[in-house]
Ligand binder design. Structure first.
Ligand code: 5GP
Length: 221
C-alpha cells in the first residue's frame, strides 16, 4: 500500500509531501539473510526499487539476468569502468561487482527509493559520493555455526566456496560499526519488521522532505 499521512487529519488522508528518494543499503556476510530481507522489502513496499548490480560471476540456479544482476563478462565490465558507468564497484571474492549509476541519480530526484544489496566496500564508496541520500543497515547472523548452516542449506555453492565465504564472514562483520543501523537476524520476520521501521523513519527525515518548505510557507501565510 502506498503510504499516506493519516494521523493529522482523521477521516481525511493527505498524500505525503514531496520528498527526495533514498539509497537504502543492506549489507551482511553471505548467508546472514540480506537477500531474503531484500526480496521481502521489494514485495511489501512498492516505493522501493532494487538497484541491479553488474557482476562478472556466473549465474546461480534460479537467478535471472537483468533482475538479480546484469551478468557480464570481464571485458564488458572493463568497458563499463572505462566509460565511467559505475556509481561504485568493488572486487568481492574472485569476481567484480558494480552499481550502474545512470537511472539512480534521476530516480532519487523524483522521489524513488533504491535498495542496494552491496558489501562494505560499495557502502563506503556510496557514502563518499552521496552521503545525504544513503542509509545503511548491517545484518548480523546470530552465530557463525548458524551462518554456516544457512549457507549449506541453500545448496547453491560448493564446499570450498562455503569455506571461502565463512573465512570472509569475520572480515565482513568487522565493518559493522561503519553502518547507521545494525540488526541481528535470528528471526526472519522480526528482522524484517526492524528493517522496515528504519526505512519508514528515514523517509520522514526533515532534510528528505523537499515539500516541507513550500508547505510551511503556505501554512504560515
Ligand atoms: P553474491 O555473489 O552472493 O550475490 O554477492 C557477493 C557479495 O557482493 C555480496 O556481499 C554483495 O553484497 C556484494 N555485491 C553485490 N552487488 C554489489 C555491487 O554492486 N557493489 C558492491 N560493492 N558489492 C556488491
Amino acid at each position: 500500500m502506498a503510504e499516506t499521512d493519516m494521523h493529522s487529519h482523521p477521516g481525511k488522508s493527505r498524500p505525503d509531501l514531496e520528498r527526495r528518494g533514498l539509497m537504502f543499503i543492506l549489507s551482511s556476510p553471505s548467508g546472514a539473510g540480506k537477500t531474503t530481507m531484500s526480496r521481502m522489502l521489494l514485495t511489501a513496499d512498492e516505493q522501493v526499487k532494487l538497484s541491479v548490480s553488474a557482476t562478472t560471476r556466473a549465474k546461480r540456479p534460479g537467478e535471472i539476468d537483468g533482475v538479480d544482476y546484469h551478468f557480464v563478462s570481464d571485458a564488458q565490465f572493463d568497458a563499463m569502468i572505462e566509460k565511467d558507468e559505475f556509481y561504485e564497484w568493488a572486487p568481492v571474492f574472485n569476481y567484480r561487482y558494480g552499481t550502474p549509476k545512470g537511472y539512480i541519480r534521476k530516480g532519487l530526484k523524483d522521489g524513488q527509493d533504491f535498495l542496494f544489496d552491496i558489501d562494505w566496500q560499495g557502502t563506503q564508496q556510496l557514502y563518499q559520493k552521496d552521503q545525504q541520500d544513503a542509509v545503511s543497515v548491517f545484518i548480523l547472523p546470530p552465530s557463525l555455526p548458524e551462518l554456516r548452516r544457512r549457507l549449506e542449506s541453500r545448496g547453491q555453492d560448493s564446499q570450498s566456496t562455503i569455506d571461502d565465504r565463512m573465512s570472509r564472514a569475520q572480515a565482513e562483520i568487522s565493518h559493522w560499526a561503519e553502518y547507521d543501523y545494525v540488526v541481528v537476524n535470528d528471526d526472519v520476520d522480526q528482522c524484517f519488521v526492524k528493517v522496515r521501521e528504519i526505512l519508514h523513519a528515514e523517509r520522514r527525515k526533515r532534510t528528505r522532505q523537499t515539500g516541507l518548505i513550500p508547505f510551511v510557507r503556505e501554512l504560515m501565510g
